[in-house]
Design a protein around this ligand. Structure first.
Ligand SMILES: N[C@@H]1[C@@H](O)[C@H](O)[C@@H](COP(=O)(O)O)O[C@@H]1O
Length: 261
């Protein structure tokens, strides 16, 4: 696992956007796995700025969603599908045809999960999966003690996650669905490159457990240690509990020029 410590959220957004732009130069129709939440927004902004400046070409990129609330009516502004349309596809000028995601409004949730696994495989698998992290160490919506081998399935949110996400629902936890569909940890680990972005002091403990703790289902993000190409990009605040911060800085400062993100 490579841990890159950047100054702030904006610098993290620039770094990851550049990594995506470089990937798209090598593979123009790459399947990009995107995450929701506030953390990845600087990435999408920085990538859109590159598109406007003509330094990134996303025209053939394809977008895959990570997770979704169950039971919100189709088109609900806080459904993750709507959020991805609003924050990723629209600013990048991509059409809905370039998008795949689980159907959180399906009557048969189990069938929707299976259909999404099939769609991911049919699309050739995710080339780069961008991840945020929950304060409890969750990735996607894989809450603590999710199986490290799990596939796309329904999960029940912890009260902590519902409280964290209430800000998107008028601050009202009751409006935050109890259930979600999420790519499983086993599904996520199949992406060719994982990039986890974490910013702010509130994530410092989860980041330390992810990078320096044992691989344990109680911290789902620690599963990244099992992946041959995982990059964790953290700002100074999120890095504040890393014991090996000095080594991570040293390694990044001496990173060979030929090595990509
Ligand atoms: N399912 C999403 C995660 O994919 C995201 O990483 C997390 C953190 O969100 P934020 O980046 O807003 O802290 O929120 C939600 O739970």
């Amino acid at each position: 696992m490579e841990v890159v410590i950047v100054q702030d959220a904006k610098a993290g957004g620039e770094l990851v956007a550049q990594g995506i732009a470089d990937l798209l130069r090598r593979r123009p129709d790459a399947l990009l796995g995107v995450a929701t939440g506030s953390t990845p927004l600087p990435v999408y902004r920085a990538l859109a700025a590159r598109v406007r400046a003509g330094t990134a070409d996303v025209s053939r990129a394809r977008i895959a969603q990570l997770d979704e609330y169950v039971g919100l009516p189709a088109g609900h502004p806080e459904s993750y599908r709507s959020v991805v349309m609003r924050t990723v596809l629209k600013p990048l000028g991509l059409s809905p045809e370039s998008f795949i995601g689980p159907d959180g409004s399906a009557e048969d949730v189990r069938a929707a999960c299976e259909a999404y696994e099939t769609a991911l495989t049919a699309a050739g698998g995710v080339d780069l999966q961008l991840l945020g992290i929950g304060t409890d160490g969750h990735i996607g919506f894989n809450e603590p003690c999710s199986s490290l081998a799990s596939r796309t399935r329904i999960k029940t949110l912890t009260e902590q996650t519902r409280a964290d996400n209430a800000r998107f629902f008028d601050g009202d936890i009751e409006q935050v669905p109890q259930h979600v569909i999420t790519q499983g940890i086993g599904t996520i680990l199949e992406a060719r490159h994982l990039v986890l972005l974490a910013t702010g002091e509130g994530k410092a403990e989860a980041v330390a457990a992810t990078a320096e703790g044992p691989v344990a289902a109680v911290c789902p993000a620690s599963a990244l240690q099992l992946h041959p190409h995982a990059t964790v990009v953290v700002d100074e605040a999120a890095a504040s509990k890393l014991k090996l911060a000095g080594y991570f800085r040293h390694a990044y400062a001496h990173k060979p020029a030929w090595q990509d993100l």
